[in-house]
Design a binder for this molecule. Sequence first.
Ligand code: 6PG
Length: 239
Amino acid sequence: MLPELRIVNPDELAQAAAAAVAEQLTNAVSRLGRARLALAGGGTPRPTYHALATSPHLEEVPWADVDVYFGDERCVPAEDPSSNFRMAQEALLSHVAIPASNIHRIRGELAPEDSARAYARVLGDTPLDIVLLGLGGDGHTASLFPETPLMSDKSVLATQSPIAPHRRVSLGLGPINAANVVIFLVAGVGKAERVAEIHAQIASGKPVLPAAYVQPVHGRLIWFLDTHAASMLPPLESS
Ligand code: 6PG
C-alpha cells in the first residue's frame, strides 16, 4: 500500500497537519467514544501542536475524551529540555482542556528496560487511533534506528540512539502498524533524500530503513511533507 502524500508549502504544513489530526480525533471520539493519540517528538511537530492548541482546533477537539500517549521518549526526566513530553506539554497539552489522567507519558527517569516494560502495560493492546511520527536524517522514526532490532515482538522497546540523548524508549512497529491512522510530519530539504529513498523502498516492497517499515496493517498511512522535503520524490508522486 502506497502512502497518501499531502505535499504543502512550508508555511502551510502545521495548519494542514493540525486540521487532519483534529478531524481524525473528532471522528474517533464520535465513533468510539474515546480516541487514543500517540504524539511524535523532535522539533518538526511543535508548530502543528501549537496550531492544535489554537482556534479553531482548540475548541473543536474533545480533549476530555482523548488519551495521549507518546511514540517515543528520551531517557531523561520529564522537565529536561530534551524531553518529548516537555515539548508536548509546552506546545500543546498545557493549553488544552485535557485531564492530567489522560496524559500517559513514557517515564524517562526510569532505567530504559524498566520504562519500556512499564509503558507496554500502560499502552495495553487496544490499537491506537492516531500515531504521529517524525523522520530522522538516517531514516529513523520514533526511536527506531537503523541499528534497532525492528522485528522485536515487544510493543515497547528500549533503544540506543546515535544522537544524544542516547538511551531511548520507543513504540515498536507492532503498535505503530496496528494504528488506525499513521501520520508522518516531515519538513525541510535536509530530509528530501531520505523521503525519496523510503518511498522507493515502500513502493518496491523492500523496506530497509525503519521508517519504510511503517505500513499500517489495516489503517491509513499519510505523509505530510512540505515542498522541500518532497522535492526529490519522482514527479508523478510529488504532483
Ligand atoms: C525524537 C523523535 C524522532 C524525531 C526525528 C525527527 O525523539 O527525536 O521521536 O523520531 O521525530 O528525529 O526530528 P526533527 O523533527 O527534530 O527533525
